[in-house]
Design a protein around this ligand. Structure first.
Ligand code: NAD
Length: 493
């Protein structure tokens, strides 16, 4: 399948935390792929910045090692690799040291004021402040764009403080709050399916959709982030950002246009329409879980090295959206660690047909579903009932229609299309100046507002998370929560 490559203008991309895990695993491979596709001009510069003592040669070696580790199959071409490494350089900086900023300003400041300058903060949030202050004090922030990674605050108050601080140096149109789930092809395809077709939109409401389930399940544990995770938990780490962002795109009204603020206005309305959960609603509509050890694996508390920890490694919520479109359709949200499988999906389950003409069937008629799969591979499935082929009367079966339309998995398809990683798109959207798939400050705050009241309710209740088995479907309470309705969780597999 041919896809159109439009080169971006020349740029200077400063990656603070350029030696860290995120840079090595995601950002540098994503930039390599875009370079290999001819989208990045050879005059562009990618500058790794961190306090590690390296020079350009040492950093290029680090980049080469990272690409060899993280780029799949034969995608790494020696000649292209040389070209890519030639646009890479390094600037050592301790961002907490003002003298270090002087060196930075001398050696690394943009060569031409007309060039697009991007500062990507791939560092701990505790370094956001010194970096922004350093950029500001040295006059490096003018006209530049700033990319920040989650966590964007710890609660509403800290998110507001962070937004205030960001806006002090960069105006909103130059701030890119990244949520890589929004850069996934299938998530964008959800918007294409909804708003470029007349087929689905008439049914996209409570009259036809019985329930929506958003699941982000991980089979792994905390993977080296124990200290951070134990302070945050599943609610802050996943629900506040990834799951609520997916909810927004699933539920939003058709925007006026595909312009960043038109889309972000509609997402914000969804967040503001979420029924606040307070008091008894919290006990009735939310479940927290924490995994326990088995013969081979440690418990959450052992892994976190915190024997008394009551941090949740799992959360499930039945959410309601108070507007005309969705009143009566629950949105079930769940995320957790050490579950049966890695699976991220959004499923829209439609209501049963009002009357069945088929009686005495061996297999029951299952409701239709549209399933947007984000992990482990990206796919869109339509689950429909069809006739089982062949003679012998009317027998029905559930069939899955592939609605991905060109490019089904992470691997090369027979059409030759490689599903790009979300970061490939997002990193260059920043250069293009396209904020469509990035969160605006007020969205982040609205999401915290909803999440905070639940976290406060949990704290007031004095209850502790339920336990669940490693490699299971989650705690029993999550099944009790949904069993009160006619709906059932989709299997994590
Ligand atoms: P990391 O610990 O692997 O890397 C941190 C980087 O910061 C290193 O390059 C280090 O040299 C640099 N650094 C630390 N102190 C510094 C200082 N004083 N001056 C200059 N540089 C300094 O972290 P990471 O896993 O790459 O994560 C970076 C950020 O991205 C974090 O905020 C994290 O929450 C977020 N994030 C990471 C992932 C991931 O998959 N790793 C995913 C989503 C979000």
């Amino acid at each position: 399948m041919s896809h159109k490559i439009i080169p971006v203008p020349e740029f200077d991309y400063f990656v603070f935390g350029g030696t860290g895990d995120l840079a090595r695993r995601k950002l540098l491979p994503a930039l390599y792929y875009r370079f290999a596709d001819g989208q990045i001009p050879e005059s562009a510069r990618i500058i790794g910045c961190s306090r590690t003592d390296l020079d350009d040669i040492g950093y290029r070696q680090l980049v080469e090692d990272a690409l060899k580790e993280w780029i799949k199959g034969n995608d790494l071409d020696e000649q292209l690799l040389d070209g890519f490494l030639s646009i890479i350089s390094y600037q050592r900086i301790d961002v907490s040291d003002p003298n270090s900023w002087k060196d930075f300003e001398r050696n690394a400041s943009p060569t031409n004021p007309d060039r697009i300058t991007v500062y990507y903060l791939s560092v701990s949030p505790s370094l956001f402040l010194p970096i922004i202050q350093g950029l500001k004090d040295n006059g490096l922030h003018h006209h530049a764009r700033l990319v920040v990674e989650k966590p964007l605050g710890f609660d509403l108050k800290s998110a507001q403080e962070l937004n205030g601080f960001l806006l002090d140096a960069f105006d909103e149109s130059r701030i890119y709050r990244i949520d890589h789930y929004l850069g996934k092809e299938t998530v964008q395809n959800l918007m294409a399916l909804r708003f470029a077709n007349s087929l689905f939109e008439p049914m996209w409401n409570a009259r036809y959709i019985a329930n929506v389930q958003i699941t982000v399940a991980e089979s792994i544990g905390m993977g080296g982030r124990e200290e951070y995770y134990d302070r945050s938990g599943a609610m802050r780490d996943m629900m506040q950002n990834h799951l609520l962002q997916l909810l927004c795109l699933s539920a939003m009204e058709p925007p006026v246009s595909y312009k960043p603020d038109h889309i972000r206005d509609e997402k914000l309305k969804v967040l503001r329409s979420l029924q606040p959960l307070v008091g008894d609603d919290i006990r009735l509509n939310t479940v927290r879980g924490q995994y326990v050890e088995n013969d081979n694996d440690p418990s959450y508390r052992q892994e976190a090295k915190n024997p008394g920890s009551n941090t949740e490694s799992y959360v499930a919520i039945k959410a309601s959206i108070n507007n005309w479109r969705w009143s009566g359709t629950p949105f079930y949200l769940r995320t957790g660690k050490r579950l049966r499988a890695n699976m991220a999906e959004i499923s829209f389950e439609f209501r049963h047909a009002p009357h069945s003409i088929f009686t005495g069937l061996d297999t029951p008629i299952k409701p239709n579903a549209m399933v947007i799969r984000l992990q482990p591979d990206e796919r869109i499935d339509l689950e429909v009932m069809t006739k089982e082929p062949g003679p012998g009367g009317m027998r029905l079966r559930q069939s899955i229609l592939d609605a991905t339309f060109g490019g089904g998995s992470n691997s090369q398809t027979d059409q030759g299309f490689r599903m790009p990683d979300a970061y490939e798109r997002l990193l260059l959207d920043v250069v293009r100046g396209d904020q469509t798939l990035f969160m605006r400050g007020d969205e982040v705050e609205a999401a915290w507002c909803w999440v905070d009241s639940i976290i406060e309710g949990w704290a007031l209740s004095g209850e502790v998370p339920e336990t669940y088995e490693i490699a299971s479907q989650g705690p029993a309470g999550a099944f009790e929560l949904i069993a009160k309705t006619e709906h059932r969780w989709r299997t994590i597999q």
